[in-house]
Design a protein around this ligand. Structure first.
Ligand code: BTN
Length: 241
């Protein structure tokens, strides 16, 4: 990684064997004052965490599972764009597929290549730190149903993908200073816009047409009589695959 890495993300990193979750390890680093861009990478996770309380399964040797520490000098209000920036970085680095809102990287046939988990520590109106966790399937193996691996689409090496991904994450993170440009690029790679979607939020399930990504990063869904502005939720792309 040292030989391939550019920029400051990953300047300090640990490559560990088995951990419960890289998010947990990195959280302890954050509490100990670790610098922004510090990376914890693990070969195997016993309690890998996914979004919305789900588990994240990954195979040793075949995937990239890591977490990056961010200490954003951003107000709380800018935080919702961070997941989109992370998703976009995944698309930049891999060069394949598109994004399911907010930040899943899907293969061209709609299977999941990668996911992002963001856990933030907030004090008042300030963000103290963010644990940006990424799980990316690189090599084929016993993938969960609906999952895909990058090597089905291009020739890849894990360390090269990692180096490139860290570089892209750093660049898109910096682009939070220019939200319009970030959103313009995000929309370009969206597999969600223009499709019928089924969205599960804490308030229930709704179906409609995904029409827009709002300036605050929310997904706008038009159902028969209502326009929904969705800040957080789980999206299913209807009729894709
Ligand atoms: C998702 O549900 O799509 C997000 C998956 C995020 C998984 C990664 S793997 C590295 C980091 N550590 C974890 O426990 N989860 C994230």
């Amino acid at each position: 990684l040292e030989a391939l890495r550019k920029g400051s993300f990953g300047a300090f990193y640990a490559y560990l064997g088995t951990v419960d979750s890289t998010q947990e390890v990195l959280k302890n680093w954050a509490l100990d004052g670790a610098e922004e861009g510090s990376v914890v990478l693990a070969e195997r996770q016993l309690k890998g965490r996914g979004r919305r309380g789900r588990a994240w399964a990954s195979e040793p040797g075949r995937s990239l599972t890591f977490s990056v520490l961010l200490r954003p000098a951003l107000p709380l209000s800018a935080l919702p764009l961070l997941p989109l920036a992370a998703g976009l970085a995944l698309r930049d680095a891999s060069g394949v597929g598109g994004l399911k809102w907010p930040n899943d990287l899907l293969s061209p046939d709609g299977r999941k290549l990668a996911g992002v988990l963001l856990e933030a520590q907030v004090s008042g109106e300030e963000v103290a730190w963010v644990l940006l966790g990424i799980g990316l399937n690189v090599h084929k193996g016993a993938l969960p149903e609906g999952a895909a691996a990058l090597e089905e689409f291009l020739e890849v090496s894990r360390v090269r993908v990692l180096a490139r991904l860290l570089e892209c994450l750093e660049a898109r993170y910096a682009q939070l200073a220019d939200p319009e440009a970030l959103l313009r690029d995000y929309r370009t790679y969206s597999y969600t816009l223009g499709r019928r979607v089924r969205v599960t939020t804490t308030r229930g399930v709704l179906e409609g047409q995904a029409t827009e990504i709002a300036p605050d990063g929310a997904l706008v869904v038009q159902s028969a009589d209502t326009t929904h502005h969705i800040g957080a939720g789980d999206v299913e792309l209807i009729g894709f695959l």
